[in-house]
Design a protein around this ligand. Sequence first.
Ligand code: NAP
Length: 312
Amino acid sequence: MATPRKIIIIGSGPAGYTAAIYAARANLAPLMINGLQTGGQLMLTTHVENYPGFVDGVLGPELMETMRKQAERFGTDMLGEDVTGVDFTRRPFVVRTDDTRFEAQTVVIATGASATMLGLPSETLLIGHGVSTCATCDGFFFKDRDVMVVGGGDSALEEALYLARLGRRVMVVHRRETLRASKIMQDRAFAHPKIAFLWNKEIVDILDPAAGKVTAVVLRDVVTGERTEHPVDGVFVAIGHQPNTAIFAGQVELLPSGYIRVEPGTTRTSVPGVFAAGDVQDSVFRQAVTAAGTGCMAALEAERWLEAQRLG
Ligand code: NAP
């Protein structure tokens, strides 16, 4: 039987890579199980201009590739497989992929969250080219342009209010005629002169993949069935996020929203020795830099935990 790993990191976004860099430099010889979608959500973006250290910005996939190389440089072992199951009820912990069973003294969960998408083929083709799931990340590219936000929850209104500060006109498209968002957000959005609402509408197509950019959307009125085309420069999809926690249900405590519960100000989960970093435990900030920050915290906390257990 192989010796248990000191640390296994599950997931390979900014949180996972940062945890790997810190753990590798602390001589913990980390194993990172990347998942099949290596690199996380930044692989779906083009320019990243708010990650510190890049004066002219950096492409999302390039940033992730750089982080991967940095983690490897200090001796992180990478495995390009999905984790299919874990057992945190016994020590060492067990982490399984389709092919292999690993044991680890500590685990960092950094599996992220996935933005819920509309599911249109044109949306997939135009993501990063006018279709976005993050106004804080991409809003700047739409300064003084017309944009559309899809959704009727707090996220949609938060995105709309942020974009209205930069954009000429923000249209919020919602599939019903009442919002799910909190009253205070509704009041702010209704009062904003740059925000307009398109009620009872769903986006059925986004134009124009052939041009490689967003030029218009086709809306369908869910009451009348009528289809109309609206010129627009960008589409922000804000219909919710799903934390990637299915395989951890019953193993660590989850919040009702599905995110992993951590002790405030730490990355400690309900299981001593298991830490969670990045969007999988953060439904609020969801930024690459905050994910990287908590990845660093998780590695340092894992290192200290190993020392306290005399396993380090
Ligand atoms: P949410 O509350 O679940 O709202 C999702 C919205 O997207 C709903 O209006 C829903 O429509 C719509 N939607 C879902 N699937 C759709 C589809 N396929 N096509 C079109 N529309 C679709 O999600 P959220 O806004 O991301 O918020 C998640 C949680 O975080 C909430 O508890 C929220 O209060 C909280 N949050 C708080 C703040 C804040 O306080 N500043 C900011 C962001 C988020 P229906 O209404 O018809 O279901």
